[in-house]
Design a protein around this ligand. Sequence first.
Ligand SMILES: Cc1cc2nc3c(=O)[nH]c(=O)nc-3n(C[C@H](O)[C@H](O)[C@H](O)COP(=O)(O)O)c2cc1C
Length: 305
Amino acid sequence: MQVNIGGLVMKNPVTVGSGTFGYGQEYDRYFDVSRLGAVTVKSLSLQPRAGNRPPRLVETPAGMLNAIGLQNVGIEAYLRDKLPFLRERGCTVIGNIYGYSPEEYAQLAEILEREGGADAIEANLSCPNVHDAKTRGCKLVSQSPERVAEYTRAVKAATRLPVFIKLSPNVMDITEPALAAEEAGADGLSLINTLLGMGIDPETRRPILSNIVGGLSGPAIRPVAVKMVWDAARAVRIPIIGMGGICTAEDAVQFLLAGASAVAVGCASFRRPDTALRVVEGLEAYCARQGVADISELVGAMKVD
Ligand SMILES: Cc1cc2nc3c(=O)[nH]c(=O)nc-3n(C[C@H](O)[C@H](O)[C@H](O)COP(=O)(O)O)c2cc1C
């Protein structure tokens, strides 16, 4: 079950979607989180953030819309209050980071490496829920291949840790930002962040989310995510962490067959907190049943004739 993705060794290919698993400790009473291949923590910024006003979560027919707006404790409190639990448990940690400029991302990556705060960096270039003048009018960095390259280079120059670039599905062609990240030196990609969406209450005629627009996640986006992983995997040589609507081991296998080398369980953990562990166990059972000796055999192994 062990995988090595871009220099990050994981005991199994299953992690969690940033923002859906807190800092790991929140799930401790449900299962031993060190059983996961890695724990990906909520996006960390230099300063703490309160996020957007509620309502900022709403259920949809096959998933949910969120406009959390990157609420997080900030890098300092993470290192002081959250990291010790993850280290005591022996978890492999993917430190997801969010900033307002290439310099801020670089600073966050540098701090995480220096303080032993992560075993790999995941740069979130694709949060749909933050509006800020400093983003220079382009809402999502990952919608511009040039800016993806600029941000990737900045993070790579700041750390020797493996760097994964998390991309948005809100683009015409995912291979453009994927190739830009690879050419700028990324060690891997994380696909996909949420799809932009919104809802309106017909009675009040008001938007359901205070931010008006949010990000759609859950089973509804799984076919889109599998397709984007498949598109990206044929374009780049670097490994991909695939995510989007994974609820079961069989869902995870789809991502591996499409070309992902690892997977992340996102908002399915809200419904069943031990979903990611069940995916690990289900993948073991799938491999035994299918006679798969090494999970990496499945990567990109979709049969088409
Ligand atoms: C409530 C919520 C908060 C999220 N926060 C973050 C975040 O802080 N950083 C990030 O990179 N992705 C964030 N995401 C995106 C997820 O990590 C994941 O990419 C997306 O939800 C698709 O996976 P899923 O359908 O399995 O949830 C968030 C998703 C949800 C539902």
